[in-house]
Design a protein around this ligand. Structure first.
Ligand code: 5AD
Ligand code: SF4
Length: 457
């Protein structure tokens, strides 16, 4: 005898995520809101019932890539006799809106980053062929409130969104236009989600925000109700227990305060890794970028961080060839990189984004000059990354085991400094923190020998 239940029919959900960790997080939340409707994640668009492209607008040609991907998915939809709902989410959706609908009629839904909680309703309407085909909005406050509080964690690491949006208006960047104003999530909401993640076995949590260190909020009444910054939030999350590791990304130099730096000295769970984009080492260019700080101010933060936590691994983003960047400006960037010594950094050629102030500036740098500068910068950054990794050889380091390696018996995990670490050990150690003695290092990872499981207090 079969029992009738009200469980919805299983349906196949394929989400393709482009861009930043914020999007990775948003995709997870979309999976969460769709799960009660019976949507199970699958890893290909073939035969999917719902395909979501969670797009990123930060770099050039992003929009064209989305249209070409949509062209491919349209073919799959046709092959499925039209039985597929196609949704475009994220920043390209926010920026392009109705234009996407016009250019690609196979698209059913367009939703901006603030509308994910409405996804189930929109999907239901679209599949009933009501013809609801558009939704983009900037209702930021509603978003955090409406998403389900209890998330399903997947493995020992998780993201927790604490802040959204950006008010910095760097002159090259589209994010303030696509993601809206800075908004901090209240402490109680964060605490609830953190407890739920910890209860599901998450060992390492990464607090997310476009300007995560701009996060601020009122402390719980029991703790005095005073205004907290990210340092206090990190201490609070360490205190409520459950996590062995706490990270946060991405920060802005203008929002870096002494309390957050001090927290790195005081809170053992706060991992020794700081991604603090500087973009350029030239004060003239920093000013034209509207970054709101000088190179010296940035270097000062980096020095204080290293004083607080001598093993701090430092990371950054760079743009070469910003309009007006002279040879000397670029040399200033190279000097800054030499002075800091990065564990890892991401570097890009400036690309004009329509609607941003820099796109209309004078002095656009020729492509071949940008190429040459990028190559020199990346060669230096690669050297630094390789020596940072090599500096761990011979050390025994704690590694959070995150998955199985390619060969049987192989596991991989993450070091406190965000390095991938490969080693042989029993699969039963998955999700635990283990000691690994590092024997070798490449540009992108470490290899070592399993020593023992670490007792965590
Ligand atoms: N051109 C090149 N790089 C850019 N970034 C953002 N906008 C642009 C642009 N117009 C880079 C910055 C930022 C990273 C996420 O992307 O370095 O920190
Ligand atoms: Fe873009 Fe600048 Fe905001 Fe970062 S801080 S998201 S680069 S405007």
């Amino acid at each position: 005898m079969t029992t009738q239940t009200s469980r919805p029919e299983p349906k196949r959900l394929f989400i393709k995520t482009y861009g930043c960790q914020m999007n990775v997080y948003d995709s997870e939340r979309m999976r969460d809101v769709l799960r009660p409707l019976g949507y199970q994640p699958v890893d290909t668009a073939d035969n999917a019932d719902l395909v979501v492209l969670n797009t990123c607008h930060i770099r050039e040609k992003a929009t064209e890539k989305v249209y070409s991907e949509l062209g491919q998915i349209k073919k799959l939809k046709e092959a499925a006799g039209g039985k597929m709902t196609i949704a475009v989410a994220g920043c390209v959706a926010q920026a392009e809106g109705a234009e996407i609908m016009r250019r690609q009629p196979a698209v059913d839904l367009v939703l901006g980053p603030q509308a994910y909680h409405k996804l189930p309703e929109m999907v239901a309407r679209a599949s009933r062929a009501v013809g609801e085909r558009l939704e983009t909005e900037f209702e930021t406050l509603e978003k955090f409130d409406a998403l389900p509080k209890a998330r399903e964690a997947d493995g020992p690491t998780a993201f927790l969104s604490v802040q959204e949006g950006c008010d910095k208006f760097c002159t090259f960047c589209v994010v303030p236009y696509t993601r809206g104003a800075e908004l901090s999530r209240p402490v109680d909401d964060i605490t609830l989600e953190a407890r739920s993640l910890a209860a599901q076995g998450v060992r390492e949590v990464t607090l997310l925000g476009q300007n995560v260190n701009a996060w601020h909020g009122a402390a719980p009444k029991l703790e005095g109700g005073e205004e907290w910054g990210l340092g206090k939030l990190a201490r609070h999350l360490a205190r409520i227990g459950g996590f062995d590791r706490i990270r946060y990304t991405t920060s802005h130099p203008r929002d870096m305060d002494d309390d957050l730096i001090a927290a790195h000295a005081e809170v053992p769970q706060l991992m020794p890794f700081l991604h603090l984009p500087v973009q350029s080492g030239s004060d003239r260019i920093l000013k034209a970028m509207n970054r709101g700080h000088t190179a010296e101010h940035y270097l000062d933060i980096m020095r204080k961080m290293r004083d607080a936590r001598p093993d701090m691994a430092l990371a950054s983003d760079f743009i070469v060839g910003f309009p007006g960047e002279s040879d000397q400006d670029f040399e200033d960037t190279m000097s800054l990189v030499r002075e800091v010594g990065y564990a890892i950094a991401y570097s890009f050629k400036y690309s004009a984004r329509p609607g941003t102030p820099a796109a209309d500036m004078f002095g656009h740098v020729p492509e071949e000059v940008k190429d040459e500068r990028l190559q020199r910068l990346q060669a230096l950054l690669r050297d630094q990354q390789a020596s940072f990794n090599a500096s761990k050889i011979g050390e025994t380091i704690p590694v959070l085991v995150t998955g199985k390696g390619r060969n049987p018996g192989q596991l991989h995990g993450r070091s406190p400094w965000m390095q991938a670490v490969h080693f042989d050990a029993p699969e039963s150690l998955m999700g635990q923190i283990v000691d690994v003695k590092v024997a070798g290092a490449t540009l992108n990872s470490l290899a070592g020998e399993y020593v023992a499981a670490v007792e965590v207090a």
